[in-house]
Design a protein around this ligand. Sequence first.
Ligand code: NAD
Length: 512
Amino acid sequence: MTTTQQAHYTALRERVLPRVQQLAHVIDGTFTVGESTETFVSLNPATNEPIATAPVASPADVERAVQAARRAFDEGPWPRLPAAERARILRRIAEGIRARADEIAVLESTDTGIPITQIREAQVLRAADNFDFFAEMATRITGESYPVDTTFLNYTVRRPVGVAALITPWNTPFMLETWKVAPCLAAGNTCILKPASWSPLSATLLAEIVQEAGVPPGAFNLLYGPGEQVGEALAAHPAVNLVSFTGETTTGKRLMRVGADTLKRFSMELGGKSPVLVFADADLDRALDAAIFGVFSLNGERCTAGSRLLVERTIYDTFVDRLIQRVRNIRVGDPLDPATEVGPLIHQRQLARVQGYLALGQQEGARLAVGGERPSDPALARGNYLRPALFVDVQPTMRIAQEEIFGPVLCVIPFSTEEEALRIANGVKYGLAAYLWTSDVTRAMRLAPALEAGMVWVNSQNVRDLRTPFGGMKESGIGREGGFYSFEFYTEVKTIHVALGTHRIPRMGVGQ
Ligand code: NAD
């Protein structure tokens, strides 16, 4: 079964890859390599062989894309379509994604190294759901009314804001791109998507699907190129109104400085170092499953990864022993093999970065209980593979417990009391997610609001309803997206004051 599936995916890859070997921007509805002769190459993390070449957008390309989006917003049909009509087109995008789910999954897995099962069964379907969900939401945008006795009716309307720059990271690119494009278009904005350069492939499929669904030219544009060049040019451009950014905290800070002169509206989804708190009274089997999946799925390259595991001392030794057994058994391998649980890291530079943290942790005095080595299988020698690593007896102040590693590394920290657990959990600069395992309801209700995180899961892994707000506090971000929170960002609220009678107007210039 596994072999048949793997053979299917491999054959599909052979068919699809040649078609996307030369990527192109999309400007004003046309696929084009643009004016620059500069290019970059995307590598397969499993082999480090080149799989596609992408053009680097020149300043002139950026200008053309921004002007196309501007025209499409100022004069084009997209913002003026009835919401139900936009919704129909967005639903066609969702259908297009589902129809090409295998193809998208295979390309994404080949481009990122993330195991095919995790992409095919979760990420791609979620990407389709994003379009269905925001299609529905677009038809439900409402306003408020503020009647003042019989003299005034004040009311609000929500309008699209304008041109959005959507800048996305290399981890789970396809899903994250749809997470921005869907609400942005649903609200009637136009956009320029700028994907990360380490995983540019799947954005091109998204562009094809968006076009086939009938999104008019200029409403959706796609530009490739380095963030410092293309991302900054978009953030600085006076005709761009909004920037939705997902990426590293340091990049987000820089981007805000670049956008300050033109007073951009920003949504910032940034890094994390999320804690998992396991109390002795928890369902330890489920907590164990969730702790492992929460940090090692998506190769650990996951913003909401539970990368710090805080375990109550009374169960610490047994829990750590069980962890070691399980982590040792994680199947590292070819990302197109459905049996693979952890694939190669996205890039040699990311592998080196994670290995740097493995060395640092040992220098700092943490014990590397298992993993962290390159797999011995010669079939994996050319890829950026790393065995999932478990640091135990970690001190909360160590850099490995403070900094985002963004790889398959889990740091385990013991605690004795609830107060200590909370102090450790909150003792980092990030505040994206937190996971809490306890069967004591009162404790859960006490701790959940006290944890400094934009999202807290209690006795649960990271399962998210699309209506709920997603985002981080502290250095994990600014703003929330998801549900109507996305429209807080992607729409402009206007207040309209209507006089219902002849209220008093102070008269000037009429003399005494
Ligand atoms: P990154 O910050 O390096 O890059 C993200 C995007 O920004 C890329 O498209 C990149 O080209 C662009 N960019 C880089 N420098 C830029 C600049 N100076 N100006 C404008 N754009 C620039 O992040 P990454 O390494 O691609 O992704 C990993 C990071 O993303 C991690 O920190 C992770 O936690 C974070 N992330 C956060 C979330 C979330 O929702 N909070 C989700 C996924 C990833």
